[in-house]
Write a protein that binds this ligand. Structure first.
Ligand SMILES: *Cc1c(COP(=O)(O)O)cnc(C)c1O
Length: 223
């Protein structure tokens, strides 16, 4: 078996105080998650609803699960009863559905808004202007069963460290702007979820509060 415990320790050793690790366990078996759990890891991230549900049913109940992938609105109802955080919210429509399903479950669900800053073409994530517009619109204030806790983003998958750094800086700058404009009185708006296996050391230098690391802990995914 892959040395999950050793790898986990090595990643944790590189994280400064105050930066949390979301161990991304998608496509990895329960025994890998259990190994990380035995080392004290409690936050895990998954990106597929069915795989997540199977893991939730068979793993310890004190695990905090983060949904990190693209979430279709028709899947929200399945994860709403138990999910700790939905990290990749990129539309008002999705935010409304999360609010509705959270209300049905009599809970408040923590979410992050997903930014699209990387140069890569993707359908997902809000470009900075769209993120500003979503908040300026104001409807989110009436959604009492979602709590916007910060921003999430993925940097471009490139070797150019300066480019990656610049993208994190753009995200941090936008975070500061939105914090001042909309969340100055909201202490929960504090999370900056950036940094993956190939770039988390740069991410923590650029203000990440939450890194999402999979491969460096669990090895390559077998799809
Ligand atoms: C898979 C995934 C990760 C983890 O990627 P690694 O390169 O394995 O560390 C982080 N964030 C998101 C959104 C992902 O889908």
């Amino acid at each position: 078996m892959y040395d999950v415990k050793g790898n986990l320790k090595a990643v944790l050793a590189k994280l400064p105080q105050g930066v949390r690790l979301v161990a991304i366990s998608k496509y990895h078996p329960n025994e890998y998650i259990e190994a990380a759990y035995e080392e004290g890891q409690r936050i895990f991230g998954e990106s597929h609803e069915q795989e997540l549900r199977q893991k939730v049913d068979s793993l310890p109940k004190d695990i905090e699960w983060h949904f990190i992938g693209h979430l279709q609105t028709n899947k929200v109802k399945y994860i709403a009863p138990y999910i700790s955080m939905i990290e990749a919210v990129d539309s008002l429509k999705l935010l409304r559905e999360i609010d509705k399903q959270a209300a049905k479950n009599e809970r408040v669900i923590d979410v992050l808004l997903e930014l699209h800053i990387a140069e890569e073409e993707t359908k997902y994530g809000l470009v900075p202007e769209a993120c500003r517009e979503l908040l300026a619109d104001g409807e989110w204030r009436s959604l009492k069963h979602v709590r916007i806790c910060g921003l999430m983003m993925m940097a471009s998958y490139v070797d150019d460290e300066q480019q990656i750094r610049n993208e994190f800086r753009i995200a941090k700058k936008l975070f500061d702007e939105l914090k001042a404009r909309y969340f100055a009185d909201a202490p929960w708006f504090k999370e900056r979820s950036w940094g993956m296996s190939h770039d988390y050391p740069i991410a923590v230098e650029e203000g990440s509060t939450m890194v999402r690391v999979g491969t460096s802990i669990f090895g390559p995914r077998v799809y």
